[in-house]
Design a protein around this ligand. Structure first.
Ligand SMILES: Cc1ncc(C[n+]2csc(CCOP(=O)(O)OP(=O)(O)O)c2C)c(N)n1
Length: 642
């Protein structure tokens, strides 16, 4: 739904239009931009509080920089709605994150103003540094390179690696630290404490304020006195910060902290910084959710609230008469507590997604046994390995696509040493509106090639609980359990748990002509398809493999002996996934069969609702039904012809 823009905003299509305004009109532009984001996101959904927090920064940056020649890199990109609206996409913004609509993140193929594609956090400093070094090499000395990174994203290893490198490059790089003290949940770690310290009470700040008041007094005495005092400030600041400022120690010039909501001051500071060469960091203090009171108050809830009534703030939830199946993340969250109550070795680890994966429940119930380690997937895995090396059983919960960050740690620190780490991969398979950066497409393929790994996926809530129960037993070695975003299929899911023999699949239903093999919750699409097919006289058998490693070879021997038409279905990439494993088994055992593999094809799948994307990839219930009919039909035609 299109919504009207305010008086100034309606005349801004591109940054060139913004630049026609006077500096004192920018406050109104910010108000209108903020209102526009509220109006559209309330009826359309998406990330919310982060974009509200950077409205002034966005306006000031587009006002001062010469984008797209100057390169502006947003970290994560969930806060870039204002950027999109000011850079030619206001009219499409109502399609944000919808199937075939614009992406919820900056994307190079979408706009020349999106300097770099993002979605995963903490890449911006490396990227902007690479751009700055490229410009230097090409002799483009007038070009600006700006990374806007949140204090949450700053906790990741790659951000530190980039700062470390940038400090010696002397290229034209400005890092803007958007410090709102929050990640999705409250930010964690020593860096956060440090930032709070310099923002509030440490000597640098006292010095800054003292000097500011002295300067004001001296400046009243005349321009020469003012100049003299400024000179002293500069030299004292240099000495003081060298000793006490983390960023200056890394050879950045540190500026701030400044109020990130004062757009006119931001414009002034950004203009000044434009002329200062070398690596610089501007520390901006902002409020996540700024301008929408409820979001300022409960910033985690309003990170991505879904649809809401912008007047009352009521978040719209579908109301049901009957109890509904839970989210898989909540099954994990409750079950880990249940298991940990019985098994004192269990620990819980999340890299910055406590609410997203529901480990927040355990963090509350057992604070000494559950850890949010910051946006630090690599560390989360190796920290878990350390715990496991001491006989504990860590459940390391990482979204499937973010686990890609920690692949070496999985192999080097866990698998080679056969440590008991349970990897719970949430948001596995097609993730939905967040799109390609967030689809958990590759985990089955990248995990099943690692020796010592057990790789499993439950078809429903009960199976998830049983797999978690199985994995926490002693000497299980590294154990992957992957499950999707969204709700399960069982209302009475809190059943007693029991161990599942590792590598054992199960028959969901008997059948004839065709066998369908599935892994994980996508098996429920086959259950739907089978119901329709049965009504039309087709009776495929359905097997849920449960494990892609080790494979249930006994089950597969039975299947290949009985069926010559086989369909594999997985909510994961076709290359190297479960279907590939079945083909390997077939080749190794010299079976011959007509195998059709359904899954995520070898190209990037964009954003949309999960069912829309399953349909696009050809493995929703309707597509499976069509496949079965097609394959069975072909066979009948063949029999008739012969
Ligand atoms: C590698 C990776 N891990 C986790 C996430 C999920 N995530 C998205 S935004 C976010 C918080 C970012 O915090 P911050 O950088 O401070 O930005 P803010 O939302 O506070 O503006 C997290 C953890 C991600 N995008 N990428």
């Amino acid at each position: 739904m299109q919504v009207p823009a305010g008086n100034l905003l309606q005349n801004i299509q591109y940054p060139s239009d913004l630049k026609l305004l006077t500096e004192d009109q920018l406050v109104q532009v910010c108000q209108e931009l903020r209102q526009y984001i509220i109006d559209v996101v309330s009826v359309n959904g998406g990330h919310f509080a982060a974009s509200l927090g950077v409205v002034e920064l966005t306006v000031a940056l587009q006002y001062v920089l010469n984008t797209p020649y100057d390169q502006l890199v947003w970290d994560v990109g969930h806060q870039a709605y204002g950027h999109k609206i000011l850079t030619g996409r206001r009219d499409q913004f109502h399609t944000n994150r919808l199937y075939k609509g614009i992406s919820g993140f900056p994307k190079r193929s979408e706009s020349i103003y999106d300097a770099f594609g993002v979605g995963h956090s903490s890449t911006s400093i490396s990227v902007a540094l690479g751009m700055a070094v490229a410009s230097q090499y090409k002799g483009e000395t007038d070009r600006q390179h700006v990374a806007v990174i949140g204090d949450g994203a700053m906790t990741a290893g790659i951000a530190f690696e980039a700062l470390n490198h940038a400090g010696i490059e002397n290229s034209n790089l400005l890092v803007i630290l958007n410090d709102n003290n929050m990640a999705i949940d409250p930010n964690v770690g020593a860096l956060k404490e440090y930032l709070t310290d310099i923002t509030t009470s440490k000597p640098y700040n006292r010095f800054r304020d003292d000097i500011a008041s002295v300067l004001t007094k001296i400046s009243a005495m005349g321009p020469d006195a003012f100049k003299f005092a400024k000179k002293i400030e500069k030299s004292i600041k240099g000495t003081l910060l060298k000793r006490s400022n983390f960023f200056e120690a890394l050879q950045f010039r540190y500026f701030g902290p400044i109020d990130g909501h004062d757009v006119e001051h931001l414009v002034k500071v950004l203009k000044d910084l434009r002329d200062i060469p070398g690596p610089k960091l501007l520390h901006c203090i902002t409020t996540k959710g700024k301008g929408y009171a409820l979001a300022e108050k409960d910033q985690t809830k309003w990170h991505a609230p879904g649809l809401f009534d912008k007047i009352t703030g009521e978040i719209k939830k579908t109301k049901y008469d009957k109890p509904q199946p839970p989210k898989y993340q909540d099954v994990f969250g409750h079950t880990i507590i249940e298991l940990a109550e019985q098994n004192s070795k269990i620990m819980g680890i999340t890299p910055a997604m406590p609410s997203g994966c529901s480990l927040n429940l355990m963090m509350k119930a057992m604070p000494n046994r559950a850890f949010d380690v910051g946006i630090a997937e690599q560390h989360a895995v190796t920290f878990s390995a350390g715990l496991a090396s001491q006989g504990l059983i860590p459940f390391c919960n990482i979204y499937s696509s973010f686990m890609q960050r920690a692949y070496d740690q999985v192999i080097h620190d866990v698998a080679i040493q056969k440590l008991n780490v349970v990897f719970c991969l949430d948001r596995a398979g097609i993730a939905g509106a967040d799109g390609p950066t967030h689809h958990g497409a590759y985990d089955l393929a990248y995990m099943r090639c690692i020796p010592n790994m057990t790789v499993s996926a439950p078809m429903n809530e009960e199976e998830l609980r049983n797999l978690m129960y199985t994995a926490q037993q002693d000497d299980m070695g590294p154990f992957v359990i992957r499950y999707p975003r969204g709700n399960g299929v069982m209302v009475d899911w809190q059943r007693p748990m029991k161990a599942i023999p590792v590598g054992k699949g199960r028959k969901v239903c008997d059948g004839e002509e065709i066998a369908i093999l599935t892994i994980g919750t996508i098996g429920n699409e086959v259950v739907k398809a089978t119901a329709d097919l049965n009504a039309e006289g087709y009776y495929p058998a359905h097997y849920d493999l449960r494990f892609v490693k080790p494979l249930d070879e006994a089950l597969l021997h039975d299947v290949f002996k009985k069926f010559s038409k086989i369909i594999t279905v997985e909510d994961g990439c076709l290359e190297g996934g479960m279907g590939s494993a079945v083909l390997e088994f077939m080749a190794d055992n010299k079976y011959k069969a007509d195998v059709t593999r359904l899954g995520i094809p070898d190209h990037i799948i964009e954003h949309g609702e999960q069912p829309e994307l399953w349909a696009e990839c050809g493995y929703d219930a309707a597509s499976i039904t069509a496949q079965v009919k097609n394959i069975a039909g072909k066979r009948n035609a063949h029999i008739i012809a012969s």
